[in-house]
Design a protein around this ligand. Structure first.
Ligand SMILES: [Zn+2]
Length: 496
């Protein structure tokens, strides 16, 4: 089979110029060149590249029986998307098109394939479809058009704008006829009743319908080979969606307040604290990315209680921002965000930076393994004496505790008995405060520090209280360090 023979045959079938090229084993790059040249000539449909001249003369009004006009209407569709004001809202370097096409197009591709096999016996590949898939050519052409029109890079990039096109075709007869050819293939007895064509997935179709596993005579009884002109007009774009990338902004926060929850704290519809760390941070970051701060997800490496400060280098966190209107974070902008968050005096943020989705693993993996360093100011009913200090010193190299889920969180967490390692313990007396003691404790992540100190009515064993043999209460508690060296330190600086 020569390219010329096939072209003449497909021209007779009134395929559109792109579909003819698809079946001529032209590369996608060549199709783009030919298509662009053709568009430049506008009204005439004659195109030539190098010595290979391709003349395609067809009535512009007839609908292509292969693609149902998806390529013929591409110019209009792309123009609408390019002119969509939403597209201008995105400041991303790249974009990507995804297209949903009805199964009807695959049925038509199959019918053309069978027609070619029968017209050119022994000369057409019966194992794999001879044409470049409609989707591949469409996406490449559409991507290119949009990139050229909007000055964006021509590459697939999740950090870019995503354009989802949804095409539908109203005439479902061919789908129903497929059922007659192979009734069991759909695996859904309700198909006939519901007329729900969506039960035929692309995978199911490709698995069951190809020339070698079909009785061609049976197929031709139910479906036209080659396919007929559609009676219900061309394929229609029913809707399209433009969305931005999901981006991830990481940083480390320090919590300076003893009256602030990490995330919005609402019980039975009632707000328990006016603000949260999440809100104080996200309200300064989200506007830059054009997204409401209620849309984001706040991911952190653990959390501290409302009345606990987070000091030292702070706690790693990530904001997951969907549909971002920008895909980069310049250092001066990051510095401005940090500065505004710092001005709340409640939370301070450093090292704000854009990270890749894959890097989220750092924050998740560290959850169980990392160590946490606490400083607790505690009070005893008795004066701190040498015996107490010696008992603490005996445990300075750490010990293992068994912790039952604390009473205070039992209403929202399952009852478990968990071993947790305490790596080190140090006690300090406090000047002019004979009953006060400062404890520095290094624990495994997930240890309940308050219970470790007071014992939670014997539910944590041993506890500092049981070790020293006295009741002990916590006055204030700070997290001093979380040993997760992530995200990397960056120097965000304001433009002066
Ligand atoms: Zn076509």
């Amino acid at each position: 089979m020569t390219s010329l023979e096939i072209r003449e045959y497909l021209e007779k079938l009134e395929l559109c110029s792109i579909c003819i090229l698809r079946y001529q084993n032209e590369s996608i790059e060549n199709i783009i060149i030919l298509y662009t040249a053709q568009n430049n000539k506008n009204e005439t449909m004659d195109t030539s590249v190098g010595t290979d001249t391709i003349a395609i003369k067809r009535s512009k009004k007839s609908i292509c029986i292969a693609c149902l006009g998806i390529f013929q209407s591409m110019e209009t569709v792309s123009k609408n998307v390019i002119e969509d004001s939403n597209l201008r809202n995105y400041e991303c370097n790249s974009l990507y098109t995804s297209v949903q096409i009805p199964i009807e197009l695959l049925v038509r591709e199959l019918s053309i394939w069978i027609a070619l096999i029968q017209t050119f016996p022994g000369k057409v590949n019966e194992d794999t479809h001879p044409g470049i898939p409609i989707k591949d050519v469409f996406k490449t052409l559409f991507n290119r058009k949009l990139c050229l029109a909007t000055n964006r890079q021509m590459e697939y990039n999740q950090n870019g704008i995503m354009i989802n096109l949804f095409y539908e075709f109203m005439d479902c007869d061919n789908i129903d006829n497929l059922l007659a050819v192979k009734p069991l293939s759909f695996g859904n007895e309700n198909h006939k009743k519901s007329k729900n064509v969506s039960v035929i997935t692309r995978n199911l179709f490709e698995k069951h319908f190809y020339p070698k596993n079909l009785k061609i005579d049976e197929y031709k009884k139910h479906l036209a080979v080659p396919p007929k002109l559609p009676s219900n007009g061309p394929i229609k774009l029913t809707r399209y969606l433009i969305s931005g990338p999901t981006i991830f902004i990481a940083g480390r926060y320090r919590k300076l307040s003893r009256d602030l929850s990490q995330t919005p704290w609402i019980i039975a519809g009632k707000r328990m604290k006016e603000k949260s760390i999440q809100e104080l941070i996200s309200c300064e970051i989200c506007p830059y990315f054009g997204i409401d701060d209620k849309e984001i997800s706040f991911i952190s490496s653990g959390r501290e209680d409302t009345d606990v400060r987070m000091l030292g280098k702070g706690r790693p966190f990530v904001l997951q921002i969907p549909d971002a209107k920008k895909s980069s974070l310049p250092k001066n902008i990051a510095a401005e965000m940090q500065s505004r968050i710092d001005s709340t005096k409640l939370v301070s943020v450093q090292h704000l930076q854009l990270i890749k989705r894959e890097e989220l693993i750092h924050i998740k993996l560290g959850e169980e393994n990392k160590k946490k360093s606490y400083r607790a100011l505690c009070i005893l009913k008795t004066n701190v004496n040498a015996e107490i200090m010696q008992l603490l010193l005996n445990k300075s190299d750490g010990f293992l505790v068994q912790q039952k889920t604390p009473l205070r969180v039992l209403h929202r967490r399952p009852l478990l008995n968990r071993p947790r390692q305490i790596f080190s313990l140090k006690g300090y007396i406090v000047k002019d405060q004979p009953k006060a003691i400062v404890l520095d404790v290094l624990t495994q992540a997930g240890a309940y520090i308050k219970e470790l100190i007071h014992g939670d009515f014997g539910r944590t064993k041993p506890s500092i209280s049981s070790i020293i043999g006295h009741d002990i209460d916590i006055i204030t508690l700070d997290v001093n360090a979380i040993d997760l060296e992530w995200p990397p330190e960056v120097s965000n600086q304001l433009d002066l």
